[in-house]
Design a protein around this ligand. Structure first.
Ligand code: NAD
Length: 340
């Protein structure tokens, strides 16, 4: 599959885990995390490897500094094609290091989580979190290629696989009602024969959206953020340790479906349908313990979609369609937060 962007294009290759190596540039350095490295020993052999600690709390400016200083220490040059081997945290962090080291070097995305395969490895958004908000520092820096192997997901623990399913469901909710039907019939797991087909379908959705609005200027790419305005606030307020990204987005999608219904944008009954599907998938529909609504709202105002402090949301009109809505009233958001 090819992705076109303003500076060219890149290919997404689908292959067996054992064939990933044949798609990687010889001798390129790899940055990965300590959970992942043990599962890909053949990829790491005879290369410079930087292994970072895993987790969202590592997606920071300090780890970014560690990556670029390491690149300098191994004398990486403008011709280096850095490899990001890992989930969305590694992809975002390493991609950001690649975007700025020597004012930009190439990098290859080898996504090893379901979430990274269907979402974060495609589209060129890279960056890190700040204490003030998620993904507040970053760049648009498309990879030189993406190598996807769904059998590499076999070593993911169940919670992480289900976490990625939140983004899979999201594509159904915002663009693909048939996918929602299919997902309701199959309980997808890493061994499921339809897994690769569904991953390809999600990537095609992501490709189509980012090609239509690469730099998120036309209100098209921002629709991918359904569930994310509230989800990101939940992640941030809980210090990125209580909920995985997809779990926070699951709760966020349910809250934002209620919000859409409340302001007359979303067909009535949609929130209940989403809740049923996500809970059946093993995703959370509500918070483990209550969070202060005002703190969540203040956090949402720092979200990149918020314009001059006004709250903005990607909201469903019905299952399979969505629209970016600006200037949503705080009172409506408070009502939606009461549902989770
Ligand atoms: P993650 O990168 O933290 O990976 C999850 C966990 O799984 C980690 O502990 C990791 O070490 C482990 N792991 C990864 N691959 C494994 C494998 N094959 N076997 C065993 N363990 C493995 O989390 P994630 O869910 O992949 O990514 C979340 C991040 O992605 C967030 O920071 C989010 O903001 C970002 N994101 C970015 C975009 C984008 O467009 N750039 C889109 C969506 C999400």
């Amino acid at each position: 599959m090819t992705v076109q962007h303003s500076r060219g294009s890149y290919e997404i290759f689908f292959c067996q885990k054992s064939d990933i190596i044949s798609h990687l540039p010889n001798e390129s350095p790899i940055i990965t995390d300590t959970n992942i490295s043990q599962h890909f020993p053949d990829l790491l052999k005879d290369r410079n490897v930087l292994e970072l600690a895993p987790g969202e709390d590592q997606k920071t400016l300090s780890r970014f500094a560690e990556c670029v200083e390491w690149l300098a220490s191994i004398r990486a040059s403008r011709s280096t094609n850095l490899i990001a081997l890992g989930g969305g945290v590694i992809g975002d962090l390493v991609g950001y290091a690649a975007s700025s080291y020597m004012r930009g070097i190439s990098f290859v995305q080898v996504p090893t989580t379901l979430l990274a395969q269907v979402d974060s490895s495609v589209g060129g958004k890279v960056g890190v979190d700040l204490p003030q908000g998620k993904n507040l520092v970053g760049a648009f820096h498309p990879p030189s290629k993406v190598v996807v192997s769904t059998d590499a997901l076999a070593t993911l623990d169940e919670r992480q696989f289900v976490n990625g399913m939140a983004e899979v469901w999201k594509y159904g909710f915002i663009r693909d009602p048939e996918l929602v039907e299919e997902l309701s019939e199959v309980r997808l797991n890493p061994q499921h024969p339809q897994l690769e087909a569904i991953v390809r379908r999600c990537i095609r959705h992501k490709r189509d959206v980012v090609e239509a609005d690469e730099h998120e200027k036309k209100g098209i790419r921002a629709t991918l953020n359904f569930g994310h305005t509230i989800g990101h606030a939940i992640e941030q307020v809980t210090g990125y340790t209580t909920y995985l990204h997809g779990e926070a987005i699951s709760i966020g999608m349910i809250a934002e479906a209620h919000l859409g219904e409340s302001i007359g944008m979303t067909a009535s009954g949609t929130a209940e349908k989403l809740k049923h599907a996500l809970v059946h998938q093993g995703l959370p529909a509500s918070l483990n313990s209550p969070l202060d609504s005002q703190t969540l709202i203040q956090t949402m105002k720092v979200d990149k979609k918020a314009m001059d402090g006004n709250l903005a949301f990607s909201l469903l009109t019905s299952i399979g369609e969505c629209k970016l809505v600006q200037n949503v009233a705080e009172g409506e958001v408070l009502k939606a937060l009461a549902q989770i």
